[in-house]
Design a binder for this molecule. Structure first.
Ligand code: FPP
Length: 241
């Protein structure tokens, strides 16, 4: 049964983004290998996706794998790719049943064939859904995203379809993976670090930032509810007084 939102609908962030950190430390604290931390991290997805859908968050963006994460040990990368494939295979029906529309932030061409096929299938199957917008950042880096947007605009200009003067913030934003979505209102990072780590740099311009000590596998509905309450208590000024 759907639970009541922890804050008033008028205060609900439209776009929540999460840097899901601390899987490795969660595993280490239990004497487990790191991949088991990632496995526990994947299990934490469902309650958060469901809560966001029930509580009226419009858009949820999750940082699952960065362009820098390829530099991790081969076994860890391949364990993560396996988990991604498994997640989209196993969860697709649940996402569809919940009217979730999935998008991929990042370059699919850089992913191994298995996970790429499962992710793209989920994106395609959910394309007509009208509920929660779930963005999974995979093989994603914000600087690469921004450079890509600049490249797309330059190509249009070279073709003669666009005058440089027409390029403003709105047009630029329309070339990002997040085209058409609201800016991030609330950026949560688990695991206690205070870094943005190349995640959604354009979209977080006025986001409220919350760094939480809990490791991602321990992040549940109640932690999300607390984060939303903290967000609702913030005064947002957007550069004004
Ligand atoms: C950070 O923990 C987490 C990641 C690099 C990956 C996050 C990925 C998942 C939760 C699974 C992705 C799965 C799907 C289904 C998209 P860390 O390893 O950096 O932790 P540490 O800082 O404690 O070492």
């Amino acid at each position: 049964m759907a639970s009541a939102p922890p804050i008033d609908a008028s205060l609900m962030p439209r776009h929540v983004a999460i840097i899901m950190d601390g899987n490795g430390r969660w595993a280490k604290a239990r004497g487990l290998p790191r991949p088991l931390g990632h496995k526990a991290g994947v299990a934490a997805f469902r309650p958060i996706v469901e809560a966001c859908g029930e509580w009226g968050v419009e858009t949820l963006s999750l940082f699952a794998f960065s362009t820098e994460n390829w530099a991790r040990p081969k076994e860890e990368v391949s364990a993560l790719m396996g988990l991604i494939e498994e997640y989209f295979n196993r969860e697709l029906q649940n996402l569809l049943d919940r009217n979730v529309r999935l998008s991929l932030f990042g370059d699919p061409a850089g992913l191994p064939e298995g996970p790429r096929a499962f992710v793209l299938r989920a994106v395609e199957k959910s394309a007509q859904n009208t509920g929660l917008r779930l963005n999974i950042a995979l093989n994603y880096g914000a600087r690469a995203e921004i450079a890509r947007a600049a490249r797309l605009l330059a190509e249009e200009a070279v073709r003669g379809a666009l005058l440089p003067d027409a390029i403003d913030e709105t047009l630029f934003a329309s070339k990002l993976y997040s085209a058409g979505l609201p800016d991030v209102d609330l950026l949560i990072r688990t695991g206690g670090e205070m870094r943005a780590s190349n995640f959604l740099l354009y979209q977080i311009a006025y986001a409220e930032f919350l760094s939480l000590p809990c490791f991602w596998p321990d992040f549940g509905r109640e932690t999300l509810a607390e984060a939303l309450r903290a967000y609702a208590g913030r005064e947002r000024r957007f550069g004004k007084l």
